[in-house]
Design a protein around this ligand. Structure first.
Ligand code: GLN
Length: 193
């Protein structure tokens, strides 16, 4: 199994290390060509506007094709913004693929950075989660499963083989969220599959 980590900008190395620790082969993805032969892709956190500009053109089109073809993808924070079908204040999705709306740098606690522990459905309790100027999920479509909430707001969700989280699981040393993604790539189907 080989997982790509989109490496335009942001928390790339930490995802590579988290996947390494699970014994999963990784590949840095900067171009359309480097998507060939992968079994899944992680879209890290960072700055979604910068990532969008850097991916503009062939890479963004290739990501759109993959996400709409059911290719396994895991977006954290800015990566979640890329995968959302609707980004508040923006005309269309950036990549899209999961039927949620997101608000960037939302409100309440998530404007700031903080660490907390979440109960995550299908994963377990006390999952450490680092939020860094995180987006909120403000709407969830019928095919989407909400896996975790923080302060009553959805912060982790899944549709088919697309997984998204408002927070950064790669900064915590707890491998459960990455393991869940790897298992999901391996065939465990969700509600919207
Ligand atoms: N605020 C960033 C954005 O809007 C996301 C922050 C993050 O990925 N940690 O893209």
């Amino acid at each position: 199994m080989r997982v790509g980590v989109l490496a335009l900008q942001g928390a790339v190395r930490e995802h590579v290390l988290a996947l390494d620790a699970l014994g999963v082969e990784t590949r840095i993805v900067k171009t359309e060509a480097s998507l060939d032969g992968l079994d899944g892709l992680v879209l890290p956190g960072g700055e979604s506007t910068a990532m969008t500009l850097l991916a503009e053109g062939g890479l963004l089109d290739a990501l759109r094709c993959l996400s709409h073809a059911g290719f396994p993808m895991f977006g954290t924070c800015a990566g979640m913004i890329l995968l959302a079908d609707q980004v508040e204040g923006r005309a269309g999705p950036i990549v899209g693929g999961i039927d949620i709306s997101v608000a960037r740098n939302a409100s309440g606690r998530q404007v700031h950075s903080f660490e907390t522990q979440l109960d995550v459905r299908e994963i377990g309790s006390e999952v450490p989660a680092v939020f860094i100027r995180a987006p909120y999920i403000t709407r969830v479509g019928p095919k989407v499963d909400v896996l975790a909430r923080c302060d009553d707001v959805a912060v982790m969700a899944r549709q088919g083989k697309i997984l998204v989280a408002s927070f950064h699981p790669e900064l915590t040393g707890d491998a459960r969220v990455h393991r869940y993604f790897v298992n999901m790539m391996d065939g465990h189907s969700g509600k919207g599959a």
